[in-house]
Design a protein around this ligand. Structure first.
Ligand SMILES: [Zn+2]
Length: 279
């Protein structure tokens, strides 16, 4: 079974004008600012299950309502799994968390501190971790860099998550994009924290970094903690899966060590639902 653990849906109207300009400065393709349910569904034909989430980051100007995501997920409950986006700057964010899980039937939580402008140990976040730990809810967290000018890098370091792990040892957490560019911080963190994982989404288009990221996980004995994800719409899941399987291509005839093919297949076919307590 192939599970894409990292996909987005959004409309252009969910981005402020400033956020659109900021995004287009780097990603250039305006089509990426709007992904209809139909386009998402089409792309997900390449995988067996997909985790879908909104976004709640008023600080950077991207707010995708949880109801918008829930409406789409409810149309394909056999395949799609929704995660609720929570921003501690929003009034009533804890009520929104509970509403997402209890009423909208989301099965996990999406956080993005660099976009949302807080340190992961901000005291407003502690009840969120507590709720997730108590209820067995996984958190997918964007702890790594981004292109938004306003997003503070000081809140983006994966190593900051160690304190969360030590306070909430039962909390299951997935670090998006292997925490790029701080990939080795992420690798050593997921190696030592039993309930921490990382997804490999949106990395393959930097093939040298991608090869080194996967090799680093192999050398530290942490490759079994890597989950497959695409970061759709930024990449297509089918293309991403092929890219993982072909991650050694960059080595050519250089004599560089090759990542074992069973490791690469293992990432694509990871038992993500079991590891994250998802049904
Ligand atoms: Zn993403």
């Amino acid at each position: 079974m192939i599970v894409d653990c990292h996909t987005h849906v959004w409309k252009r109207a969910h981005w402020t004008e400033e956020a659109q300009q900021d995004a287009l400065r780097v990603i250039r393709d305006p089509c990426l600012l709007e992904t209809t349910a139909e386009q998402h569904w089409q792309a997900m034909q390449a995988v067996d299950k997909a985790i879908v989430f909104g976004f709640s980051a008023r600080h950077t100007g991207l707010v995708v309502p949880n109801d918008f995501v829930a409406d789409y997920v409810s149309r394909h409950p056999e395949k799609l799994i929704g995660f609720v986006a929570v921003d501690p700057h929003e009034p009533g964010y804890l009520d929104e968390l509970r509403r997402g899980i209890e009423d909208l039937k989301f099965q996990g939580v999406k956080l993005a501190p660099i976009y949302q402008n807080y340190h992961v140990m901000d005291e407003r976040m502690l009840p969120v971790y507590d709720y997730c730990q108590k209820n067995g809810l996984p958190i997918l967290i964007h702890q790594g860099t981004t292109f938004f000018a306003k997003a503070p890098l000081k809140y983006a370091l994966p190593v900051q998550l160690e304190e969360v792990a030590l306070h909430y040892p039962g909390l299951v957490m997935v670090i998006a994009h292997m925490g790029h560019p701080w990939i080795e911080e992420t690798v050593v963190l997921i190696r030592k924290q039993p309930n921490f994982y990382a997804d490999v989404s949106a990395l393959y288009y930097r093939p040298w970094q991608f090869y080194n990221a996967l090799m680093s996980a192999v050398e530290y004995g942490a490759a079994h903690k890597l989950l497959f994800g695409s970061d759709y719409p930024f990449t297509q899941p089918g293309v991403s899966a092929d890219a993982v399987r072909n991650a050694n291509r960059i080595t050519g005839s250089s004599g560089l060590p090759r990542i074992p093919s069973d490791v690469l297949d293992g990432i694509v076919e990871r038992n993500t639902l079991g590891l994250l307590n998802l049904s």
